[in-house]
Structure formats: structure tokens, C-alpha cells
Design a binder for this molecule. Structure first.
Ligand SMILES: [Zn+2]
Length: 92
């Protein structure tokens, strides 16, 4: 999949992904410094009451993997897990 507008879109909108371990839906924002901020949009059933955190900052030098704030599981967001399309288009 080639998306030439990806970088422009990324600056404005979070990338949606899902933790393969706890099924939480995550929003991934890139920070100006090159790091990423992962925030939980919906907690997965298994971590609904036990989530470690709802937001996590990942420094630039930590590689392609991101860490799930809820279960602390690490995964590659560009790997086998598909991005989930945004549920809402124009909610501000
Ligand atoms: Zn998780």
C-alpha cells in the first residue's frame, strides 16, 4: 500500500491500530521530536479494569515497535495487525 499523503495526514490525525495482545484500540500520534505518543481509545475486555495506563510516550530511538499502554505488550504497528479505520470522521 502506497499512500503519498501519509506523512501529511499523520501530522493531523492519529494512526489507528489495535494491540494484538489485549485488543485495545490505540491512537498513535507522532510528536515533533520524532517520538510517538500512544493513547488508548478503547480498552480491550481483558484490561478494562486492570489497564496499566491510558497513554504512553515512546522515544524516537525505540525502533518500529510500539508499546501498548494498557498491557505493556510490544508490537509492530506496521506488521500483521491492520490499521483500524477511523470510527468518526468529523467529530471535533
Ligand atoms: Zn495491549
Amino acid at each position: 500500500m502506497v499512500d503519498t499523503n501519509w506523512h501529511a495526514a499523520q501530522a493531523l490525525e492519529a494512526a489507528k491500530t489495535r494491540c494484538p495482545r489485549c485488543q485495545s484500540r490505540l491512537d498513535v500520534f507522532e510528536t515533533p521530536s520524532g517520538g510517538r505518543n500512544v493513547s488508548v481509545a478503547f480498552l480491550g475486555p481483558s484490561v478494562e479494569t486492570t489497564a496499566a495506563a491510558l497513554e504512553l510516550f515512546i522515544p524516537r530511538d525505540s525502533g518500529a515497535e510500539i508499546q501498548c499502554p494498557a498491557c505493556n505488550g510490544r508490537f509492530d504497528p506496521s506488521g500483521p495487525v491492520r490499521r483500524i479505520p477511523a470510527l468518526r470522521r468529523s467529530t471535533t
